[in-house]
Design a protein around this ligand. Sequence first.
Ligand SMILES: C[S@@+](CC[C@H](N)C(=O)[O-])C[C@H]1O[C@@H](n2cnc3c(N)ncnc32)[C@H](O)[C@@H]1O
Length: 308
Amino acid sequence: MDFHHIPVLFEETIEMLNCKPGDIVVDGTLGGGGHAQAILERILPGGTLIGIDRDPDALEAATRRLHKYQDSLITVHDNFSNIESILDKLGIDAIDGMLMDLGVSSYQLDEVSRGFSYQSDAPLDMRMDPTQDFSAHDVVNKYDERRLTRIISQYGEERWAARIAKFIVDNRPINTTEELTQVIKAAIPASARRQGPHPAKRTFQAIRIEVNKELEILEAAIESAVNKLKPQGRLCIITFHSLEDRIVKNTFRKLQNPCTCPPDSPICICNSRPLVKIITRKPIIPSEREVSENPRSRSAKLRACQKV
Ligand SMILES: C[S@@+](CC[C@H](N)C(=O)[O-])C[C@H]1O[C@@H](n2cnc3c(N)ncnc32)[C@H](O)[C@@H]1O
C-alpha cells in the first residue's frame, strides 16, 4: 500500500494549533500522518497525540510513518464524532487542541478498489470505513429519484441533478464507477459537458458525502470537541466544500455567541456565556504557490477557535 497524501495548509494549521511540549492533542483525521508528524514534533517531550481515522488503511500507514513516536501516539479506529466517548475510554478529561482535516485523502481517491474515482473502473463503494455496511451501491441503486435529486443538487451543487437522478433510476442496476460515469455523461447535455470539470465530479462528490454522512455529523462533532478542550485549547478545521465550511462557520459563531434572547431584549436574560473565541476572522486559504504545487488544495479553508 503506497499511502500518498500531501498535507494541505500545513504551516498555517500547525501555527494555528499552537502546540507546546507536554500537550495532549487529537488529530481527528489522521490520514497519512502528515499533520500528525508536525504536531508530535511540537508536543514532545511529554505530550500525547491521539490519532483517529475511520479508515484502517490510514491508521496502518500513519502508524508506519510515525513509528519513531510510537510511545507518544495512540491510534483509534473510529469516527471523530465520537470524540467524547473515545477520550472517556482513554481516561483523558481534557485536551489542548484538536485538528479535523475533512474529506478524503489522496490515497483514498487514488486507490482504485475503494471506488471513489470516476477516472477508473471499480465496484461502487466510496466508504471511508470499509467495515460500514452502507455504500455507494446502496445510494445509487436504492434511493428514490427525489432523494437522489436532492443529494446531487445539495451536496454536489450540480445544476443537472434532476436529469442525472432520472437517468440513474432508469438505468439501474448500476454496479461500477464506470457504469455510473456513463449514465451521468448521458444525462448532461453535450454543450454543458464541454465546459468545466469532469461531468461526473460533482455527482461522485455528492454520493461520497452521503455515503459517509460527512455533513450530518459535523455540527455535533464540533460541539463535542469544544466540550473536551481545556481553556485556551484550540480547534482547527480544514474544509473542502462550501456547505462544510458554512457549517463550521455557523457552529463557531453559535459557540462564540450562544445567547438566545430575542434581538430586542435590552439585556441578556438567557445567561449563556461564550464557549469559544473565533481566531480566524476570515478563513485561511492556500497560497497560489500551494495550489499550483498541490491542485487538490484549491478549495481548502482553515478556521480555528479557542476555548474561552
Ligand atoms: C484529508 S485526509 C487527512 C490527511 C492528514 N491530515 C495528513 O496530513 O495526512 C482525511 C482523513 O480523515 C478521515 N476521516 C474523514 N472523516 C472522518 C471522520 N468523521 N472520522 C474519522 N476519520 C475521518 C479519512 O478517512 C481520511 O483518512
